[in-house]
Design a protein around this ligand. Structure first.
Ligand code: RIB
Ligand code: CA
Length: 349
């Protein structure tokens, strides 16, 4: 039963990732770090606690991360994820509280409690992991695997022309994390797997696919569309489907306003699936570093896959689906996601 530590900036797609991890019965979710990003760290923590309770899960410690990135003011994304980070969804206030120790300490505790076995997943800024590495530089050697949703490789940005949100929010943290894992690369059983926009923007959720999830949960629902009234609330016959649909509608509306279509990219659930099964994808070893001083490019992830810098690879960039498979990666992923999450949600109804 793999021990997984999830570092989230719970927002809409982070929530979909958390529900996926909870639905995977083989996963031992040993802790959650709440890192500031899509919304404030306190709001992220509230969302994580509330989602666990909504899913009927207890005993998973949730820790609060730093309210600010390492060295710049926090930028949040309520326009994308909604005022509380979960779109139009309104969750009951959690009856549980965060741990007394912070998110950085939570990383360290989880790694030492599961030495060599812990799978780390980061789907938000790397602030908490960077602080953990400052406190415990040997942490990389304690991880079995690290998967990061972040960056963009040979592809555009989503926050500036060249930067991806999780890195853009805290570039210094990302640079410190990649440098730290570079120092341990020769001892690592696996290089950190990095899921950038180049692959995650191929994981396109449509209202029709979301309706498939409702069906798999045994729920009746309305298949959303751009002609719906803005903010129309879900009437699905399953309480968790209602939450996920209300959250996702805000995300669909954001991308529709951006001219990208009435859709959403499931960045974080995809990274979570890769964390549990790296054979889903193909990845290329690279030396990743983060531009910190560029006037136009600050926060850009740069991957050297050809040894130009003479530095050992510190990561593996996910570039495509599994070798020798002809099915589109998004199709493989959504079938897998729905197969896992649908029955889980049905059991909660
Ligand atoms: O750029 C996409 C990433 O930024 C996702 O993790 C999303 O949740 C936001 O945090
Ligand atoms: Ca996220």
């Amino acid at each position: 039963m793999p021990a997984v530590f999830a570092d989230l900036d719970t927002g809409v797609d982070d929530a979909m990732a958390l529900v996926y991890l909870l639905a995977c019965e083989e996963v031992d979710l040993v802790g959650i770090a709440s890192t500031a990003g899509n919304v404030s760290a306190h709001q992220v923590c509230h969302n994580n606690l509330a989602l666990l309770e909504l899913c009927g899960v207890s005993g998973v410690p949730v820790s609060l991360g730093s309210e600010q990135p390492l060295s710049i003011p926090l930028r949040t994304a309520e326009d994308t994820h909604g005022p509380a980070g979960l779109g139009y969804a309104e969750l009951a206030a959690p009856s549980t509280e965060a741990t007394s120790y912070d998110a950085a300490q939570a990383w360290i505790r989880a790694a030492h409690a599961h030495p060599g076995e812990l799978i780390g997943l980061v789907t938000g800024p790397l602030t908490s992991l960077a602080l953990a590495l400052r406190a415990d530089p040997e942490l990389p050697q304690l991880l079995r695997r690290l998967v990061i949703m972040g960056g963009s490789f040979d592809y555009r940005g989503n926050t500036s022309p060249v930067t991806e949100w999780n890195i853009h929010v805290d570039p210094e943290a990302a640079a410190e994390v990649f440098a730290a894992f570079g120092r341990h690369a020769e001892h690592a059983s696996e290089l950190p797997l990095v899921c950038g926009l180049n692959i995650t923007e191929s994981i396109v959720l449509t209202p029709q696919i979301l309706a498939r999830l409702a069906t798999a949960a045994g729920a009746e629902t309305h298949t959303m569309g751009p002609d719906d009234d803005l903010g129309r609330r879900s009437t699905a016959t399953n309480p968790l489907i209602r939450v996920l649909e209300d959250a996702m509608r805000f995300y669909f509306e954001f991308h529709f306003r951006q001219g990208e279509g009435y859709l959403a990219h499931l960045h974080d659930p995809f990274a979570a699936a890769v964390a549990l099964d790296p054979t889903l994808v193909t990845a290329r070893p690279a030396t990743i570093d983060v531009e910190l001083h560029g006037t136009l490019t600050r926060g850009m992830t740069v991957a050297d896959m050809a040894g130009h810098w003479g530095r050992e690879p510190n990561a593996a960039v996910v570039t495509s689906g599994a070798p020798h498979t002809t099915r589109p990666l998004a199709e493989v992923f959504f079938d897998h996601y729905i197969e896992r999450v649908g029955p889980f949600l049905q059991r909660l109804s």
